[in-house]
Design a protein around this ligand. Structure first.
Ligand code: GAR
Length: 202
């Protein structure tokens, strides 16, 4: 049986890019059968763009402020992703809501990582929310993306214990480590055909 072709990924970022790095490292070591065809940030000068360039991956900044509305911004994203010939879109710390302009261009093929056990603590600062609420277990979630805030169908989750002495930095670091493993593991399953594009059809 011949192996499936590598996944062609477009990765959208807004900041540090540690999840992007985990993906780039997994590709580099052969642990993940994928090619990162393009990395796009909506914010200039972020470390994620440097990480992409250091790995020899085309890195593009498309500042969202330059567009009259979300739809116009998403059309620019789609144009760049199509140009790069990606088949799946990965949100790795991308802090923008998506519109049908991009959701319909990659139906069921956009995934996001979130630093909590959804549906708990969606939105911004999920680790801080978990700490303030006092939960003893939190974690991270990889899910398909829809129009909502961290609301699409869940693909995989990993639990992370909240330790009594945790502060935001220690808890966030532990969640990040879990995210890096979980994201790569989900992408490996997609590459192997074990996770297929999400369908809204019955
Ligand atoms: C990650 O923890 C990711 O789950 C979160 O942003 C961080 C980006 O870190 N995303 C969200 O909160 C989306 N709602 P990174 O830039 O180091 O990968």
């Amino acid at each position: 049986m011949t192996a499936p072709p590598p996944l062609d990924l477009g990765v959208l970022v807004s900041g540090t890019g540690s999840n992007l790095q985990a993906i780039l490292d997994a590709v580099a070591t052969g642990a993940l059968s994928a090619r990162v065809k393009i990395v796009i940030s909506n914010r200039p000068g972020v470390p994620a763009l440097e990480r992409a360039r250091a790995a020899g991956v085309p890195a593009l900044c498309i500042p969202h402020q330059g567009f009259p509305n979300r739809e116009a911004f998403d059309r620019a994203l789609v144009a760049a992703l199509r140009e790069a010939e990606v088949s799946w879109v990965v949100l790795a710390g991308f802090m923008r809501l998506l519109t049908p302009e991009i959701l319909d261009a990659y139906p069921g093929r956009i995934i996001n990582i979130h630093p909590a056990l959804l549906p708990s603590f969606p939105g911004l600062e999920a680790a801080r929310q978990a700490l303030e609420y006092g939960v003893k277990i939190t974690g991270c979630t990889v899910h398909f993306v829809d129009r909502g805030v961290d609301s699409g169908k869940i693909i995989a989750q990993r639990a992370v214990a909240v330790e009594p002495r945790d502060v935001l930095a220690t808890l966030s670091a532990r969640i990040h480590r879990a995210e890096h493993e979980l994201f790569v593991s989900v992408l490996r399953d997609i590459a192997a055909g074990q996770i297929t594009p999400f369908s809204t059809e019955a």
